[in-house]
Design a protein around this ligand. Sequence first.
Ligand code: FAD
Ligand code: COA
Length: 399
Amino acid sequence: MLNDTQKKIQAQACELAQRSFAPRAAEIDRTEEYPWDNVELLCEAGFMGMTIPEEYGGLGLGYLDVVVAIEQIASACSTMGRITVEANMGAIGAIMAYGSEAQKKRVAPCVLSGDKPAICITEPEAGSAATEMRTRAEKKDGRYVLNGTKYWITGGGVSKVHLIFARVIEDGEDLGIGGFIYIRGDDKDGFTVGTREPAMGVRGIPETYLHFDNLEIAEDMLVVPPQGLRRGFAGLMNAYNAQRVGAGTVALGIAEGAYETALKYVRERQQFGRPIAEFQGLQWMVADMAVGISAAQALLYKAAANAGDGFPNINEAAQAKILAAETAVSVTNQALQLHGSMGYSRNMPLERRVRDARMFTIAGGTAQILRTQVAAAELGMKLPQTRDGFLKLAERESK
Ligand code: FAD
Ligand code: COA
């Protein structure tokens, strides 16, 4: 399924990840420090901003090209896998697709020189119900003034580029949800990085609160998808489908790393006078792990390949992320089980991989919300969840 370029990217990513990222993965987990030195290597190797079009200094690669790299990198180190996702998908994808010339020229060099942008959607009162967000961007004297709080923002305190989802208010009227580019360092007043969440896994990237207190953002830093502000959220989430595929790929890489470790162990570990790989009960566990990994990989590659020059489709992205996330949870747990007490020891990478895998059924759209989106697409129905969603649907149906 992979072409020659993709195979080359895969081999290069594997070499870098095994040489430089795998040996540091346990230390990054323990110290919980953002791996700036590894990010420099990622950047030098050209894995940041791969999707940025060539006219803005990137490689103009497609999502499948990126996915094969993420898979290799995440199987060595989950933190580095997530950084690769956010340096190629999500906020940067939305800005490159919908942004103005000036926005693209301002943001591309940041990412190409090592910045992992932050995408700021979730709020304390608006997680799955993201359309209920309260952050307001009020237009005043040719600038937008932002007030609100975001939380669980990946990269809070380390990212420079932020894409902040907020309600756009003009003359007291709510015009819809837009994305505001804020580059940390340009103007610090009104922007505060809040408390870091003590996360269970993938601990090399901070997830924090972000507070906006009369944060002024220039008018020309508003990203509006082509459908307009009224459907701004839909357009921005359409770009976000790529990040869902990327997150699913990190989960896949984590599962693959655990699987490889388990294969080696069951061949070597002897009990009852023979390698434990000879017990049929364990062989069937290995088979189930292999089936899950192959299926998740197939769905992720399909969603990425079908994106073409656009973004992955909502249904394909959701299906792939559900399967990859749930496979990662089960494969990492089975790999731990196959190691017996050694799996439970912090001297082995299995307990870390179990913790790392756990985030993917929650972050970036929970497995339940994604199932709602798959069902809506499969049934050809709109299944809104929020009050706003129901009101919009009722309004449409009454016409
Ligand atoms: P809730 O929405 O409160 O859900 C609680 C439970 O109810 C879940 O099981 C959920 O599936 C279920 N539920 C809710 N509504 C429904 C429904 N209608 N039908 C069925 N079940 C439902 N956000 C960002 O904006 N940027 C980031 O960079 C970011 N990074 C993150 C990194 C990590 C590690 C984590 C854990 C989260 C991150 N998030 C980020 C936030 C993430 O997107 C939210 O956690 C997620 O959308 C779920 O929201 P919630 O946590 O408020 O859960
Ligand atoms: N891709 C493309 N369009 C999407 C989309 C996606 N992933 N998610 C939502 N949309 C569109 C809907 O089709 C709808 O478009 P319409 O106005 O043309 O009908 C619009 O966005 C609003 O969606 P709707 O389902 O009516 O929203 P809702 O008010 O019921 O809220 C969501 C539900 C969308 C917020 C919820 O399903 C969701 O995705 N929550 C998770 C948020 C998340 O992933 N956060 C990650 C932060 S990192």
